[in-house]
Design a protein around this ligand. Structure first.
Ligand code: NCD
Ligand code: ZN
Length: 345
């Protein structure tokens, strides 16, 4: 087995960069290794209009340290009031790459999301017409649905009906966490892809709950049983073009995570590539890491893969900082609980 691996420079198809001091602190962690990322719009207030996306893109580019190259791919936050014309113009100009659907109340800063899916039907139809993909946070929020079942129920009750009612709509099932979701993707050839996070390839729900509660492993959708983690690993390492990397790296300060009602999100931007190389090597699939991290995503979005390459080399365990400092307070870096031998050189 060779101890050097060169791949096209990867992209992150689901990333939270936040704003202000947090943005300035976390952006270099991604830009160091990734060429592009789909930027989540769940700011407070959310990024709803083309004008807001344009301003946010400017703030991201202003925060990029000199000498770093990075292209933010902007998204709009879908609300029941989204104007199809504004969206279509923002997509046609190249400003906006996709639209993000949050069921209202499903996750961090999702209060302005969608409750009545009939209200967004005209927008979804317009998106199908113009070829603008929909990125979906696939969880129902009904109080009577167990949190571990939210994804599977969403597929039946919301996602499948939306896809049937809107032929041609291209959908990315974001951060899938179940074998049910992986199987749904596999069963549909056309217009469907899924992102998988780094952390969901590593943790199951025991890591959150056994031996004391571990807030840094709490994210949404919440990690499920081991059989689901194994199904995600099989999907990610399969080379199947419908599965690609979306880290969902979601920084929150330790103060926001470590409290009686702590925030959801794992911050993985810093060490994601080393973790992925370790995971793919464990599964005998290092030769498919490039497909997952650098080829399948651009192919789904109709973009060329990056021309530049990165090289990973294997050696003594690499150490990453436990946390990164921000002017808002420290942000803990995801601990994969295993030595990482691959460094990005
Ligand atoms: C994300 C966040 O913090 O913005 N949190 C998370 O647990 N993934 C929101 C999201 O993507 O659900
Ligand atoms: Zn997210």
């Amino acid at each position: 087995m060779s101890d050097s691996l060169t791949l096209r420079r990867p992209d992150d198809w689901h990333l939270h960069l936040r704003d202000g001091a947090m943005l300035r602190a976390v952006l270099p962690e991604t830009a160091r290794h990734f060429a592009r990322a789909i930027i989540m719009p769940n700011l407070v207030p959310p990024v709803v209009t083309g004008a807001q996306a344009s301003d946010y893109r400017d703030r991201i580019l202003d925060a990029l340290p000199a000498g770093m190259q990075f292209q933010p791919l902007m998204t709009l936050y879908l609300t029941e009031e989204t104007d199809p014309d504004d969206l279509a113009a923002a997509h046609a100009s190249g400003l906006v790459t996709s639209v993000k659907l949050y069921p209202a109340g499903a996750t961090t800063n999702s209060a302005s999301g969608v409750s009545d899916f009939d209200k967004v039907r005209p927008v979804l139809e317009r998106m199908a017409e113009i070829g603008c993909p929909l990125c979906v946070h696939g969880e129902v929020v009904d109080a009577d649905i167990d949190i571990f079942d939210r994804e599977a129920v969403f597929i039946d009750r919301v996602l499948d009906p939306i896809r049937r009612a809107t032929p041609g709509l291209r959908v990315v099932m974001e951060h899938i966490t179940t074998k049910t979701a992986a199987a749904y993707v596999r069963a549909h050839e056309k217009d469907l892809g899924a992102t998988i996070t780094t952390h969901h390839l590593v943790i199951n729900r025991n890591h959150i709950l056994v031996g004391g509660i571990k807030p840094h492993y709490y994210c949404l959708p919440v990690a499920k049983r081991e059989e689901h983690r194994l199904a995600l690993r099989a999907a990610a390492t399969s080379g199947d073009a419908r599965f690609f990397l979306g880290t969902d790296s979601a920084p929150h300060t330790d103060a926001a995570k470590l409290q009686p009602c702590g925030c959801a999100g794992c911050f993985t931007a810093t060490n994601t590539l080393s973790i992925l190389a370790e995971v793919f090597e464990q599964d005998g699939a290092l030769d498919r890491l490039e497909a997952f991290a650098a080829l399948n995503g651009p192919a789904f979005y109709g973009l060329p893969p990056n021309e530049e390459t990165i090289t990973l080399t294997k050696g003594a365990p690499v150490s990453y900082p436990d946390h990164i400092a921000t002017d808002e307070g420290p942000v803990t870096v995801f601990d994969p609980m295993m030595p990482l031998h691959w460094r990005v050189s």
